[in-house]
Each structure stands twice: as C-alpha cells, then as structure tokens.
Design a protein around this ligand. Structure first.
Ligand SMILES: C[S@@+](CC[C@H](N)C(=O)[O-])C[C@H]1O[C@@H](n2cnc3c(N)ncnc32)[C@H](O)[C@@H]1O
Length: 293
C-alpha cells in the first residue's frame, strides 16, 4: 500500500495510535511517502504501531511534541540530517552470524572451490553482501572463505558489504559483538577469529576485517561499480520493498552477475518479474545466473 493508498483508506486526521504522541493517518502517510522515496521501503497501516514505537523514542530525544511537527521537520531542508536519522530508526537491522546456514554450506561446497581455483591462478573474485546490517553476514562469508583459504589475503578476493544505514556500517567496521551474537559461530572459528574486549564483548580479528570493504549504499540509488560479482548475498532486505521495486533490484543483480554467478536471497523472498528468467534455481533461495538472454 502506497502513502497515497494509506490516505485513501480513511480520514486523514483519524488517530491510528493514540498514545503520548498521537499518530494520525496523515502522519503515517507522510512518513511512508518519505521512507518509500528515500529507501524503497513500503510501509502500510499495519505498521502504524511499529512506526510509533520506533519514532516516539526519537521525538522524546529531540524534544518534539507531535508527529506533525516531526513530519514538518523531516520534510524541510533544515531536517536533512534528521531524515537520515529517521531512516536509521525505521530500518530493521536484525541479522545473525551464519543465518540460514545452508547458504554458507552451499557457498563452501559448491561455489568457493571453483572461485578459489581461479583466484589461486591469479584471477579476480568478488562477493557482495547487499544490506549487510552490522556485518554478521559479510563476516560469515569471510570466515567461510578464510577457513578454506588461509592465504585469502594474498589473493585478489574481496568482499564488498553495503547498507543504507551509515550507523550500522560504522558498527560493522568495528566488528564487536555480544557473546550471544557469536553463539552461532562454530566454536573452532570463535576461538581462532574472535578476542574478548575489556567490556567482555567479542571483536572479530583484523585478518577477517581486512577481507571485507564496508560502504554506505542505497540500493535505490546509482551503484558506483559495474561488477561483475561472482556471488551476491541479498537476504532479508527486499522483503521490505514492494513488488515493482523488488523486480528492479533483481534485474540489476542479473546485470552484475556473469553466467554461473550466484544470488542468495532470504527464506521468505522469491525472485519475480522479468529477471526471474535470467536465473535458474539451484536450491531453495539459491539462484544461478544464466547471463543475458
Ligand atoms: C533485516 S537486515 C538483513 C541483514 C542481513 N542481510 C541478513 O539477512 O541477516 C536488512 C538490512 O537492509 C538494509 N536496507 C534497507 N533498505 C535498504 C536500501 N534501500 N538500500 C540498502 N540497504 C537497505 C537495512 O538498513 C538493514 O540493515
């Protein structure tokens, strides 16, 4: 449902969440319109409570008294920085090390052996984690890689990790996690690649961090690279987009992958649109690009 559709569904001044800061249909529609045009994220009326719970904290922090004032701020030129802040509050950053572990098993067993043969012969290998959140996904790729190729740093193998949220990218670069976050990392890898900080958290080693290049990147914007990528992970990201936006993103990935390149997507995502014919499914949520057709 678009921002316009939210408004068409009932009275603009109707209160959707009646709490400390009343959230009206018009407020939600304004916020949905901005987040859709900035990030491609589609919000509908079922997300009213979520928007309220995430942004009411922000209203309190900056001392505003209503969503109407907040909407006026973020849609004004003076509110440019706050609009980026709003994006950080509204994006969902949930992630896990080795989330959907069958993807990493497939990467290790079916994809990396061929790519490493090429890299060991002097070739180039590029992997992209798009929508990487706080780094657990690209670091899981790097750990899988280093486990198979301890010499990876001396090869032309790079992992690019991007996200729209600059705060989460800054966190990813530091690579410090709670004990709970690294529970899904194999104990052997944990011992080898993580060290405890003074605050009893866990930092991933420099060698793993050096394997990954983090960049802020909005998937809706121009991408400052032409590829090709051998592997793209874009998991649990497009689920927040509408179908037309998803289809555009899939087509852009197909343009960046050579024939035989792999795309890993989230468990509740499906390839759709014209790009669907440019991929063949090799396993659930794992696709191989057929190249240009
Ligand atoms: C739920 S997390 C998924 C993280 C990881 N891929 C995983 O599956 O564990 C979704 C990430 O997508 C990012 N995101 C949302 N919209 C985006 C956009 N338009 N461009 C780039 N990243 C975006 C969010 O900031 C968030 O970090």
């Amino acid at each position: 449902m678009s921002a316009v559709a939210i408004l068409q569904s009932g009275r603009p001044d109707e209160c959707l969440v009646n709490a400390e800061f009343p959230l009206t249909r018009k407020d939600l529609s304004d916020i949905a319109g901005m987040i859709y045009s900035d990030a491609g994220i589609a919000l509908n009326e079922t997300k009213a409570s979520l928007v309220y719970s995430r942004l009411s904290k922000r209203l309190r922090q900056i001392g505003l008294g209503s969503f109407k004032q907040y909407c006026a701020l973020v849609s004004s030129p003076e509110g440019f920085d706050e609009r980026r802040e709003m994006l950080s509050f509204l994006t969902t950053n949930f992630t896990r090390f080795f989330r959907e572990n069958h993807h990493f098993q497939h990467l290790r067993d079916e994809v990396l052996p061929g790519l490493l043969t090429r890299a060991n012969a002097g070739g180039r290998v590029r992997i992209w984690s798009a929508g990487c959140s706080d780094g657990q996904e690209p670091y899981s790729i790097a750990l899988t890689l280093l486990d198979m190729a301890p010499n990876a740093a001396s090869l032309d193998v790079r992992i690019l990790a991007t996200d729209i949220d600059p705060k989460i990218i800054a966190q990813a670069q530091v690579g410090i996690y709670d004990a709970q976050a690294i529970e899904t990392v194999d104990p052997r890898m944990r011992k080898q690649w993580f060290t405890q900080t003074a605050e009893k958290r866990w930092q991933i080693s420099d060698q793993v961090r050096k394997q990954v290049t983090f960049r802020e990147l909005n998937l809706m914007a121009l991408w400052p690279f032409r590829g090709p990528f051998d592997v793209i992970f874009c998991r649990n990201v497009v689920i927040y987009f509408d179908e037309a936006t998803q289809n555009r993103v899939w087509a852009r990935y197909a343009d960046l992958l050579p024939p035989g390149g792999h795309l890993y997507i989230g468990h509740s995502e499906r390839l759709s649109g014209e790009a669907r014919d440019r991929f063949e499914s090799t396993a659930v949520t794992i696709y191989r690009c057929k190249g240009r057709i």
